[in-house]
Ligand binder design. Structure first.
Ligand SMILES: [Zn+2]
Length: 683
């Protein structure tokens, strides 16, 4: 069977709003496409090629960037353009076996925020079972080009049936320990032996009301949000069908602990939890965070391209193709205008999902896009004021195969923004190049790369500033995060923001874009767990919360635009005055790991303090010491949050801006300008 994605065919037939981005950058790529299309056809699985197009086996890179690529290691694309049905193509690495079923979930928001888990002290640590010895009920093998396989068992048996060979799925092995107890192993990021964190799998053959226990035994991080209340997500197909209920939190007796496996640097950690299935013979799913697949993104983009209104101000382009041949999309969003005013608009650049396991970044991105593509007067004003360049999924291959952190090159792409290896990190190279081109045309007001955080709570940002930089208020990188914290005080924490540029972060998007000249260059981090702030304290973030961050991001942009320079000055002075009462937030920075998103990965403040505890002290005194320090840190944190609120009392003492909903963009602009003048004169 021929490769379903004949290279030339699709491009001509591309949907009107979907075009190639910067054809000059595509030259190399096009030559690969022609060269490899026949080989691709030969190697594509003949049975399900139509459903599951494949890239050939991808040659691996060594960690050393200095190593020059060999010609035979060049990427092999099975290329397609997003025309009609082909828009839905998802390319897998050749050696991955994938089930045909399309996994879909309904969107559902719990009626009230779901509380974090509170330990009872009665949680047990189940004995570690050597995975080579128990009854293996599920096994994925990823060895060279060996196919994956599943152990099938008898029908009458009550044994659970596991499956994860679907988009974004991750589960390596399951051992049945006893009737209702299973020990699970996660799959490392493809072509690496690390990064076990993301899980997403299906379970069927369920029995309702029975006390099941799952234990995942190969996490490698010492600290985890599972130690601080995070509960796994459960989805029941029966509940979705009968009651329109989607992903919800589950789990009791939750415990995260070091298990007996691995010593020294190779310590392993387990997560155990008990639960009950809601229905007999149901098909359920478990996940680390709300899944958001590449197919979800494609569906979303198709809907935009088919919308007669949205497609006018949102152009969808192909930025480049990933190693497996998946399209990396870039969106350009701005209102059209006949006047030359368009060329003066500043640019705002947003990217997400460089780390596949941080699915919350896609939900934030969705919230941003829903807002900016909407018909509200605020959205219109923003589209009149800015040109938005958006790369919603930087690492589609990693998302498809269910990686946690890496691309198919086995590397963390958020350390590759300085690399010139276009072939191996195409989405990063083309994103940086796209931004360079934008900077030649217009001022870039803000760059932000969206992430999820596996160690800390709240939403916060990392920015960049020099120690002795003379900061005019308008150029001060602290202003935008301050506005964002004002916009969502129950989720976004300004005291958690950091503005240091560390040596081990020099390859991140944030630092590279800053060095290229973008002053407001940020990483936005959203906890995979929840908030410590206000009424959302000790509750999980749900999908709507995450989407709301994207909306608040837009509000903060508007706030930034309508406030005067005098107000920034006042805001910053107030922040500095309040901060002098609280220790410098950067002093509390516990950034130490090179494993983080772009960010501290070393856990929460309490855990950090635990590490600082003197080794010679007894266990009890060390515990006391760390608890006292943790309390002191917690107090400082609360002071910081109070500071955040006080700063905005200063701003909010003035009359609040209220937008007339029916106003045109022009009227709204005028309204804002007047409000801005009014508030300035009051101040
Ligand atoms: Zn990240």
């Amino acid at each position: 069977m021929a490769c379903p994605a004949a290279p030339a065919a699709g491009r001509d037939g591309a949907s009107p709003s979907i075009r190639e981005e910067g054809s000059s950058d595509e030259d190399l790529l096009d030559s690969f496409v022609t060269e490899d299309s026949q080989q691709c056809a030969d190697l594509t699985d003949s049975v399900c090629a139509h459903l599951l197009p494949r890239a050939k086996h991808i040659m691996l890179l060594s960690d050393s960037e200095a190593e020059a690529p060999h010609p035979e290691e060049s990427q092999n694309l099975c290329d397609s353009a997003p025309a009609g049905d082909q828009f839905f193509l998802v390319h897998w690495p050749h050696q991955c076996e994938v089930i045909r079923d399309r996994i879909e979930h309904i969107d559902w928001i719990p009626t009230s925020p779901e509380p974090l888990y509170t330990p009872t002290g009665l949680e047990v640590t189940p004995p570690y079972q050597n995975p080579d010895k128990g009854t293996v009920v599920y096994l994925e093998e990823v060895r060279g080009i060996c196919p994956l396989k599943q152990i099938v068992h008898q029908k009458e048996d009550n044994t659970l049936i596991f499956e994860a060979r679907f988009e974004s799925g991750n589960l390596q092995k399951v051992v049945k320990v006893n009737e209702f107890e299973y020990q699970l192993t996660l799959r490392a990021d493809l072509y690496t032996s690390r990064h076990m964190q993301w899980y997403y799998f299906q379970v069927s053959n369920t029995q309702a009301g029975m006390p099941y226990r799952f234990t995942i035994v190969n996490f490698t991080k010492r600290n985890s949000l599972y130690k601080r209340g995070l509960r796994p997500l459960l989805y029941s197909e029966a509940d979705a069908k009968k009651h329109s209920v989607g992903w919800r939190r589950t789990g009791n007796e939750i415990k995260y602990y070091k298990n007996n496996e691995g010593q020294g640097e190779h310590q392993c950690f387990s997560l155990t939890w008990t639960f009950q299935f809601p229905h007999d013979q149901d098909t359920c799913y478990f996940a680390h965070c709300y899944p958001y697949t590449y197919s979800n993104l494609q569906e979303y983009l198709v809907a935009i391209s088919k919308d007669p209104v949205k497609s006018k101000f949102c152009q969808i382009h192909i930025l480049c193709h990933s190693l497996a041949g998946n399209i990396v999309y870039v969106l350009t969003i701005t209102n059209s205008s006949k006047s030359s005013e368009v060329t003066k608009r500043k640019a705002v650049i947003l990217t997400a999902r460089v780390h596949p396991g941080e699915t919350n970044s896609s939900w934030i991105m969705k919230g941003f896009l829903d807002y900016i593509l909407g018909d509200s007067s605020k959205a219109q004003l923003l589209r009149d004021s800015f040109v938005f360049k958006v790369v919603p999924m930087l690492n589609p291959d990693g998302v498809i195969v269910g990686n946690h952190r890496c691309s198919l090159a086995g590397q963390d792409l958020n350390r590759k923004y300085r690399s010139n290896m276009k072939k191996y990190y195409p989405s990063i190279w083309y994103t940086r190049n796209m931004i360079k081109r934008v900077m030649e045309e217009r001022e870039v007001f803000l760059y932000c790369d969206i992430h999820g955080h596996n160690m800390k709570k709240n939403v916060f940002m990392y920015g960049c500033e020099r120690k002795r930089q003379v900061k005019t208020p308008y150029r001060n990188p602290r202003v935008f995060p301050l506005f964002l914290s004002k916009s969502c005080p129950d989720k976004f924490s300004f005291p958690d923001c950091r503005f240091r540029v560390r040596k081990n972060k020099e390859g991140t998007g944030r630092v590279v874009m800053w060095k290229m000249g973008i002053n407001n260059s940020y990483t936005l981090e959203a906890s995979l767990c929840g908030s410590k702030l206000g009424y959302r304290r000790r509750t999980h973030f749900d999908m709507k919360d995450l989407e709301s961050i994207g909306q608040h991001f837009c509000d903060a942009l508007l706030d930034y635009c309508v406030h005067s320079k005098e107000e920034y000055e006042k805001l910053l002075k107030e922040q500095a005055r309040m901060n002098s009462k609280v220790p410098n937030s950067d002093v509390l920075d516990c950034d130490s790991s090179s494993q983080s998103s772009d960010s501290p990965d070393s856990g929460d403040l309490a855990a950090h303090q635990l590490k600082l505890g003197t080794k010679k002290k007894t266990k009890t005194s060390r515990h006391f010491h760390s608890s006292a320090k943790a309390r002191s840190h917690e107090n400082k944190h609360i002071q910081g949050i109070e500071t955040q609120h006080k700063i905005f009392q200063v701003l909010d003492s003035k009359k609040k801006v209220k937008l007339p909903i029916t106003a045109s963009a022009k009227q709204v602009g005028e309204y804002f300008r007047q409000m801005s003048l009014a508030t300035t004169s009051h101040g």
